[in-house]
Design a protein around this ligand. Sequence first.
Ligand code: COA
Length: 388
Amino acid sequence: MREIAVVGVGMTKFGERWDKQLRDLFVEAANEALKDANMERNEIQALYVGNFSAGSFVGQEHVGPLLADYLSLKYKPAFRVESACASSGMAFNLACMAIASGMYDIVMVGGVEKMTDISAPEVTSVHAKAMDAEWESFFGLTLPAAFALIARRHFVQYGTKPEQLAMVSVKNHRNATKNPLAQFQFEVTVERVLTSPIVSDPLHVLDCSPVTDGAAAVILCSAELAKKYTDTPVYVLGFGTASDTIALHDRSDITTLGAVVEASRQAYKMAGIEPKNIDVAELHDSFTITEIISYEDLGFCEKGKGGLMIQEGETEIGGRISVNPSGGLKARGNPIGATGVAQVVEIVQQLRGAAGKRQVSGAEIGMTQNIGGTGSTCVIHIFGRQRR
Ligand code: COA
C-alpha cells in the first residue's frame, strides 16, 4: 500500500451564506486548496465529494459532475459520496484508498452542503432521513431526540450530568472564538447552555450543532510526490471505517457507539499507535453527548468517564488530548456533507503549526472522527507530521 499525504487545504467561512450558491461555495474552498498546494487544476486526476442531501436542501442531485464542471475539471472522474454526516469523511477514505492502491497519484476531496435555504422543520425532516425511515423517523423520532435518548441512558448508567454536557459546548464555543471561519464566534457559559430552549430533553439548543452552509476541500497525493508541492506535508498514518445498526432499538447498549469502537481499533492498528499518542482530535460533536461518548469509545478514557474528562479540562487546548480546537460541529458549524473534510483541514493546520491562536503546541499526531446518523457510520483517520 502506498503512503498518502495531504498537500493542500481550503475552506469557506461557515454560517448562513446567502451570498453564495452550493456550487460557488465548493469552488471557493477548492480553489483555495489548489492555491495552498501550489498546484494547477489539470494535475488533479479525480474528484471525490461528500454531500448528504443537496436534492432536499437546494433541489440539486448529480453534484459530482456539477462541481467538477464548475471547477473546470473537464472529463475527470467525479465521485459523490453520501453517508449522512460522515459523507466527506467517507469520501476522504475512498480517496485515500485510490492513492494507496496506485489508481491515482493526485486527487481532490471536498464536501459541501447548503442547508439554510429551507425552514428549520424541513431541515429536521431531512436530517431524519439519516435514521431508519420505517421504524424511527416515520414514528416521529428526530436526530436530536435520538441523541437525547442516548444522553438520558448515559445519565442513568454512568451518572453523567447535564452540566458536563454543557461544558462541551462551553469549550467548543470558546475555541471557535479563535477560528475566523467558524459560524459562532461567541462564548457561552454552563448556565447559558442550561437555560437555552430545550430541543429534546435533556438537550438544549446550545447542546446542538447548528444548521450551516459551507464547503471544505483538500488535495491528496502519494507521499513520494508531496515535497514537490509543499514543505509541510501531513501524512495519513492510518484509518478505519465501520457501520452499525441503522436503528437505535437494535443495539444492545445505546450508550456505546460500536462503529466508533471498531473504526478506531482499525485505525490505531494501521497507524501503530495507541489513544494516548493522539495530541489533537477533531471529534464529531453533533450533540454535546456525542463528544462525551466519543472520548470513551475512542479509548481516550474509561467507559462512563467521559463526563469527568470534560469536567477536569483534559480536552481543552493544551490539555491531555486537545479536542475540537476548531470549535467542532457545535460552534465551527455543521454543513453536513462538508464536516468530515473540514475536520481534516483543521488537523492539517494543527500539524503544520499554522492554526494561529488555537494552535495546540507541539502537535505531532492528530485524529479525525466523523459519524453518520446515530452512529450507523463511523470513519476515522490518523495523521502525522512524519511518515510511518
Ligand atoms: N447553537 C447556537 N446557536 C444557535 C443554534 C445552535 N445549535 N441554532 C440556532 N442558533 C441561533 C441562531 O444563530 C439564531 O441566532 P440570532 O437570533 O442571533 O440570529 C437563533 O439561535 C435562532 O435561530 P433559529 O434558526 O431560529 O434556530 P432554530 O430554532 O430554527 O434551530 C435547532 C435550532 C437547535 C433546532 C437547529 O440548530 C438544529 O436543528 N440543530 C440540530 C442539527 C442536527 O440535528 N444536525 C445533525 C447532527 S448529526
